[in-house]
Design a protein around this ligand. Structure first.
Ligand code: FPP
Length: 265
């Protein structure tokens, strides 16, 4: 707990935000024994954030990258084990070509600017989603991340790229059928745990907390299986404006929830 507190206060100085009593109070109220292990985020509202300022949509995504940097640091400081960011959905291919191209280049940009710090923080970077349609330069950035951070044992940062939950479920079913046909899987042994191992998220714990920014109250084909018992937290704040303060607020609210998994308390 003391370590997490120290990290939070040190991180705060690094990002140059002047100390305020609100923040210290929020941090003091956090229960460090009850930090969610896995937080998943639908980073929504970049386009609207840009439109409000008369800027092109890609300026919103660029601003959203800054938030990614900040939230990764805070998640790491808090001792969160897994952070999954919905970065590009299987439906996002329907967007204008320029916007898609811009989004596809972000992993390389993020690699160039962040790899040093991510490594120094012992963060492992992975991707969840279908690799098949992603351009070579996007996969090459992701594979560089994988290669350079594979030994890291701290926070696991997952970019959900070309991710769609329904297609993930189909991919799992196909994998199971293939293994059954090959004699590697006995259908009588199939249970929830076996099934989960065929998903892109295979060995990850289910998210404890799912955050969606920018006022939409829906799941949008994100981790339908994995979110079965997650706590959901929504905010009107657009992703580029979602800062440490909002994140800590979400964690604090999560800690007030009573998780019963269908049982009685
Ligand atoms: C949704 O907002 C956001 C996205 C489709 C992309 C989000 C991606 C990032 C913030 C950067 C990811 C970083 C890496 C390194 C991959 P929207 O544009 O749909 O918002 P709108 O609903 O206001 O139009």
């Amino acid at each position: 707990m003391l370590e997490a507190l120290k990290r939070l206060f040190r991180g705060h100085q690094e990002i140059g935000v002047t100390s305020d009593t609100d923040r210290s109070e929020t941090i003091k109220q956090l229960k460090f024994g009850q930090i969610p292990k896995h937080v998943a985020i639908i980073m929504d509202g970049n386009g609207r954030w840009a439109a409000k300022r008369g800027l092109p949509r890609i300026a919103g995504h660029q601003a959203g990258m800054k938030t990614v940097r900040e939230i990764v640091r805070v998640a790491d400081d808090l001792g969160i084990e897994v952070l999954t960011l919905y970065s590009f959905s299987t439906e996002n291919w329907k967007r204008p070509r320029d916007e898609v191209n811009f989004l596809m280049k972000l992993p390389q940009e993020f690699f160039n600017s962040e790899i040093k710090e991510l490594k120094s923080r012992n963060i492992r970077v992975e991707m969840v989603g279908s690799e098949s349609q992603l351009p070579g330069f996007t996969m090459s950035a992701i594979n560089q991340f994988r290669e350079e951070t594979k030994e890291n044992t701290g926070l696991q940062l997952n970019f959900a790229m070309n991710y769609g939950s329904r297609s993930e479920i189909l991919y799992a079913v196909e994998g199971m059928l293939r293994d059954q046909a090959g004699g590697h899987l006995d259908i009588d042994e199939v249970n929830e745990e076996t099934f989960a191992r065929y998903l892109y998220t295979r060995d990850l714990p289910d998210p404890d907390l799912m955050i969606r920014t920018s006022g939409e109250i829906r799941i949008s084909n994100f981790m339908l299986w994995q979110l079965a018992y997650s706590e959901l937290w929504f905010t009107e704040t657009a992703w580029p404006d979602f800062k440490e303060k909002s994140f800590l607020q979400a964690i604090q609210d999560y800690q007030r929830r009573s998780r019963r998994y269908g049982a009685l308390k």
